[in-house]
Design a protein. Structure first.
Length: 199
């Protein structure tokens, strides 16, 4: 088995590529989904309320929009949020990876995660793949999803420059052209990852 961290900056196509890996036969773990599940945990909600105030919990549920606005406005609050969530995310991810390994010891496990480099998590993975586009393309794609240019730029500014992530990765995928081109790159990398998993 091989664990692969799949990363990239906002709007650059990380989820698109993870779907392509899934279609090729990889096991994919989306850490955003893990976080959504954690938001249902009473202990997590209590910690969020203590850290960010009563307003982040509305009708017993996490107000994700408000929480996002808070953490992207003040980097120190983002670190506080990550310190609450990340240990739990890794615990669940490791559990899921062990379950996959038990039934498919030669699996390629893709773990889709945004802040691998920002928090120094590179060594938690056997290989790292970074998906990239130019920033203007990312902003256009985020706009199509209803994210304003100001919000998009703020989110992108909160992350490491994409070139820095590319430089620290084993593989990179240019998602700035056609879907077919992205798929071709993904297929090529998947074959290499299969080779590593089977060795």
């Amino acid at each position: 088995m091989i664990t692969v961290g799949l990363t990239g900056n906002y709007g650059m196509g990380k989820s698109t590529v993870s779907g392509m890996f899934r279609d090729l036969g990889a096991s994919v773990i989306d850490t955003d989904k893990v976080v959504s599940e954690l938001f249902e945990d009473e202990e997590v909600r209590k910690e969020l309320k203590n850290c960010f105030g009563d307003d982040v919990i509305e009708d017993g549920k996490v107000n994700k929009e408000l929480l996002s606005e808070v953490v992207f406005t003040d980097p120190s609050t983002r670190i506080s949020l990550e310190n609450i969530l990340h240990p739990r995310v890794f615990q669940r991810t490791e559990q899921m990876t062990k379950q996959i390994a038990a039934s498919a010891p030669e699996a390629v496990v893709i773990i889709e995660a945004t802040v691998i480099f920002e928090r120094g998590y590179q060594n938690r993975f056997d290989r790292i793949v970074t998906v990239y586009t130019d920033e203007d393309t990312a902003i256009e794609r985020l706009a199509a999803k209803g994210v304003s240019e100001g919000q998009a730029r703020k989110r992108l500014a909160s992350q490491f420059p994409i070139q820095k992530k590319m430089d620290g990765s084993d593989f990179t995928i240019d998602n700035g052209n056609s879907p077919e081109d992205t798929k071709k790159q993904t297929e090529h990398i998947y074959q290499k990852l299969l080779g590593y998993a089977n060795n």
